[in-house]
Design a protein around this ligand. Sequence first.
Ligand code: PEP
Ligand code: MN
Length: 373
Amino acid sequence: MVIKLETIPVTEWKGYSKRPFLISGPCSAETEEQVMETARQLAKIEQVSLFRAGIWKPRTRPDSFEGIGTPALKWLRNVKEETGLLVGCEVANERHVYETLKYGIDMLWIGARTSVNPFTVQEIANALNGVDVMVMIKNPINPDIDLWIGAIERIARAGIKRIGAIHRGFSSYEKTSYRNQPNWQLPIELRRKMPDIPIICDPSHIAGARQYLHEISQKALDLNFDGLMLESHIQPEKALSDSAQQITPGELHELLSRLILRNPSTSDPKLLDILGELRQQIDVFDDHLIDLIERRMEVAEKIGHYKKENNITILQSARWDEIVKRAMTKGLSKGLSREMIDSIFKAIHQESINKQMKIMNNGIDINIADKNI
Ligand code: PEP
Ligand code: MN
């Protein structure tokens, strides 16, 4: 189901220069000099539209630097006056909203540790009711698309029209090279369900380390994200938060120059012709796939009747292991990924089991949701 929202496209936002909408600035505002100097250097980079800096910092452990708080809002206002950049910071409660609005902050974002909490998001939405300001909602730290959508809906219902989503990755227990898992399928799903919402990728918080920023940024552009949020600092190694993932404005400039911006679509008739033909081929293959699955299900149903007549359980683990092993060996030899083979075969097996359950239960639908069967 597609959720329609009354929004203003990001390309019409005041201060938008060109795709991608680029947000940069330090993780935290630390001193007036650090804020002003970072902003001055960023303002010289043509692509940068908006200066970010955390004022109130949600930290995992106590005793970490928790931000300068309200006094730093003046610095952001000075950045706006001196450089002409739009300015933005994180808000995590209604008091933050009132303070930032007093200082004319252009963009407020709701952080990942706040978008998980519907009470707080609603409190922020109530404080924003009827105000014209840009608001971006980061994904919640856990990979729950409905929670993300719900937070966006709450803010949209407060009448915010310049609204966007920020994809900053998801926490996981396993330690991997990235700090947060991108789970790209979630922002893609968000785009499908809420096509009116611009999506900004935040490679800094996905990466956690500066060496991955370029590859994540490029991936986001290739997936047609609307913008990027990249943390920058005049002296990253001295940063009081997120030091390992910040880069200097000079390094940002260099990173941007290496990004390839592909066209989201084309109007060239020759290219459209070629694309059209290839898409027809894809449609034909998709039809084949559906027909094949239908035929496979017919066989599964026959087996279901046979199991019922002979009083045999539906689930035969050894047989299932054999199916997956066979498909995996064949799929891998054809260059298909382990993840895709695994998820397709799990889904097909699930459907076969549901069909057989129905037969066993004389036509009553019993869908087993447990994908591990
Ligand atoms: C940040 O942008 O500095 C921040 C705290 O982000 P997140 O909410 O994504 O952790
Ligand atoms: Mn940060």
